[in-house]
Design a protein around this ligand. Structure first.
Ligand SMILES: Cc1cc2nc3c(=O)[nH]c(=O)nc-3n(C[C@H](O)[C@H](O)[C@H](O)COP(=O)(O)O)c2cc1C
Length: 306
C-alpha cells in the first residue's frame, strides 16, 4: 500500500472524515484483509467491457449474495442472475432504459420473497398473520445486504458494479418476464462487469459526515444543517458534479426557460428537482399498483389470510 498522501484509501477516508482521522483509518485498512480499502474506495461503474464474468467469479458472488445476515433467518429474498443479452435488454428497458444494464455482462435482480415463508406457514397448518409491509421492509434489508456483499466481493476481484433501484419502475413486468411466482417481487438490481478500459471512477463526494452520522442522539440543529448543505452544494456546483445529468426543466411543469445557469446546478437543485418534478412516470405511484398486483398487501393493517 502506498505511503504517500495520494493513497486512494487515505484519500477516500479523508473525503468523509478529514485529514486527521484519515491516517488512522488508513493504518486500520492495512489490517482489514482488504475489506476497508474495498469499502472506502467504492464508486459506481456505469461503463463496462462486454467480457463475460467467469463462472468461478459468478459462483463467488452467489455465495456472497446469501452469506450475509438475514432477518429472523427467514431468507425472505431470491436473486435472479441474468446473463442472456436479450433478456438483459428487456430488463434494461423495464428498469428505465439504463444502458449500463445492457452493457454489463451480468445483471442480478434482487427480489423480496414474501411467498416462501407464507407457504411454509400454511403447510404447517397455521394461518399467515404477518404484516406484508413489515415483511417487505425486512425483505428489502435482506436482499440489499446480499447485493452489497456481492458488490463488494465483485469490486475486490476487479469487477465494477452499480446498484439499480430502477428495477422497481418495472417490478411487475420484470416479475412476469422472469416468471417469478406471486409474492416474489423485484426491487433492486446490481450490474456487474469489468470497468470499460480498466477505468475506475474516483470515489464520489458525500454529504458532510455530521449530516449523515450522529453520536448517541440527533446532534444537528437546522442552522448547522443548512450551513453544511450550503458547503456541499457549493462544492458540487464548483465541481459541476450534476451537469450532464440535470433533471430537465420541462419535467418541473413550470414553463419558461430553465432559470438555473450552467455551474449553478448542484446537489440542492438536483435533489429538489428529483423530488419536485411534475410528472413521475413509472418512478412514481406505479408501485401502488405493482405491489398488490404481485400479491402483496401493503396498505391497511392487520389483514390476514385464511
Ligand atoms: C438503493 C439504490 C438504488 C440505486 N439505483 C440506481 C439506478 O437505478 N441507476 C443507477 O445508475 N445508479 C443507481 N444507484 C447508484 C447511485 O446513483 C450511486 O450510489 C450514487 O450516485 C453515489 O455514487 P457512488 O455509488 O459512485 O458513490 C443506486 C444506489 C442505491 C443505494
Amino acid at each position: 500500500m502506498p505511503t504517500a498522501s495520494d493513497d486512494p484509501v487515505r484519500q477516500a477516508a479523508a473525503s468523509v472524515l478529514g485529514d486527521a482521522a484519515a491516517d488512522a483509518v488508513r493504518t486500520l485498512a492495512e489490517r482489514s484483509r482488504g475489506v476497508l480499502p474495498t469499502v472506502l474506495t467504492h464508486a459506481s461503474v456505469r461503463h463496462f467491457d462486454p467480457d463475460p464474468v467467469p463462472d468461478d467469479v459468478v459462483a463467488a458472488l452467489e455465495a456472497a449474495l446469501v452469506r450475509g445476515p438475514t432477518s429472523s433467518a427467514l431468507h425472505s429474498y431470491a436473486h435472479v442472475l441474468v446473463r442472456d443479452p436479450v433478456r438483459k435488454r428487456r430488463m434494461a428497458l423495464l428498469a428505465g432504459e439504463q444502458r449500463w444494464i445492457d452493457q454489463a455482462p451480468l445483471l442480478i435482480v434482487g427480489c423480496a420473497d414474501l411467498r416462501r415463508a407464507r407457504e411454509v406457514t400454511h403447510a404447517q397448518g397455521y394461518r399467515y398473520t404477518a404484516h406484508d409491509l413489515r415483511m417487505l421492509i425486512s425483505a428489502t434489508a435482506d436482499l440489499t445486504v446480499g447485493l452489497q456483499n456481492a458488490s463488494l466481493s465483485a469490486q475486490s476481484l476487479g469487477y465494477g458494479t452499480v446498484l439499480l433501484g430502477g428495477v422497481l419502475n418495472g417490478s411487475l413486468e420484470i416479475a412476469q418476464d422472469l416468471r417469478l411466482p406471486e409474492r416474489v417481487v423485484p426491487l433492486v438490481g446490481l450490474s456487474v462487469g469489468r470497468p470499460a478500459g480498466g477505468h475506475w471512477p474516483a470515489p464520489r463526494p458525500r454529504l458532510p459526515l455530521p449530516l449523515l452520522v450522529h453520536h448517541e442522539a440527533w446532534t444537528l440543529d437546522s442552522d448547522a444543517e443548512a450551513a453544511l448543505i450550503d458547503h456541499h452544494d457549493a462544492h458540487t456546483r464548483a465541481a459541476r458534479d450534476f451537469e450532464g445529468r440535470r433533471i430537465p426543466w420541462s419535467e418541473m411543469g413550470l414553463g419558461g426557460d430553465d432559470p438555473i445557469a450552467d455551474g449553478a446546478y448542484g446537489w440542492r437543485e438536483h435533489t429538489a428537482r428529483k423530488q419536485g418534478r411534475a410528472t413521475w412516470g413509472p418512478q412514481g405511484a406505479k408501485v401502488d399498483v405493482d405491489l398488490p398486483a404481485q400479491g402483496l398487501r401493503v396498505r391497511g393493517t392487520g389483514e390476514v389470510d385464511g
